[in-house]
Design a protein around this ligand. Structure first.
Ligand code: GLP
Length: 235
């Protein structure tokens, strides 16, 4: 794993954006995207850049079950607001969290099919405080593909800051599995802030274990981790 330590989230996001730019200039066509607060600055740089997305396909990691795309907490809404409105892709895929209310398996199968038809060239990831990637919580099998995830209390708590009350946080999500993520040809994972320092240490230095989903990234041969000093402080 290549590690880039920067002095701020802003500079780290610039480094991250450069990796996407380089990869796209080198022919990457299918771009795996992430949500959360971590990638917001990177997306802002993307919208202000000269990169043209009109020949690219995007595939997002996950979506909450039960939120319509006009709900401002849905990941559909997040992507529209932060990237797609200004830089539309030829085609953008996000799991169908509405179909998943009654048919989570069908929504997951559809998504696995989409990923199989569009192998991901470069995938962006954030890191959960408990070491999760996307919504793959501790204990998720490394060979998992897209599936419905019951969110842990830790994740519901962490994500409640975006909702007016904690009861509004959905209890489940449809999420790419670890095997889908590991199949990406290149991975860029970013983590900023002291509250990520423990997870960063376990991901980089700890044993590769399903208890720390991100630790599997040690086994991928083209991963770049971008951290600020605070997130790197326990390395
Ligand atoms: C959520 C998302 C993840 C994200 C994580 C960290 O659980 N599903 O994809 O990486 O939160 O969020 P943040 O970037 O806001 O710290």
């Amino acid at each position: 794993m290549k590690i880039i330590v920067t002095d701020s989230k802003e500079n780290g996001s610039t480094e991250g954006f450069k990796l996407f730019e380089k990869s796209i200039n080198n022919g990457a066509k299918v771009i795996g995207l992430a949500t959360g607060s971590t990638p917001v600055d990177l997306y802002q740089e993307w919208t202000e850049s000269n990169l043209d997305n009109s020949d690219l396909i995007s595939i997002n990691l996950d979506e909450y079950v039960g939120l319509t795309s006009d709900n401002d907490q849905s990941y559909h809404y997040f992507m529209q607001k932060n990237l797609f409105a200004k830089k539309p892709f030829k085609k953008s895929y996000i799991p169908d969290g509405i179909k998943a209310i009654n048919d989570p398996q069908g929504a997951s199968d559809d998504y696995n099919q989409i990923i199989a038809e569009n192998p991901i060239d470069i995938q962006l990831l954030g890191l959960g405080q408990n070491g999760h990637i996307a919504f793959n919580e501790p204990g998720t099998p490394f060979d998992s593909v897209t599936h419905e995830v019951k969110l842990t209390e830790n994740t519901i708590q962490a994500n409640s800051r975006f909702f007016s009350k904690i009861e509004d946080v959905p209890k489940s999500a449809i999420c790419m599995g670890i095997a889908n993520i590991m199949a990406a040809k290149e991975i860029v994972i970013m983590a900023f802030g002291e509250n990520k320092a423990d997870a960063v240490k376990k991901m980089v230095e700890g044993p590769v274990t399903e208890d720390v989903p991100a630790s599997i990234l040690q086994k991928h041969d083209n991963v770049t981790l971008i951290v600020d000093n605070a997130a790197a402080s326990k390395l």
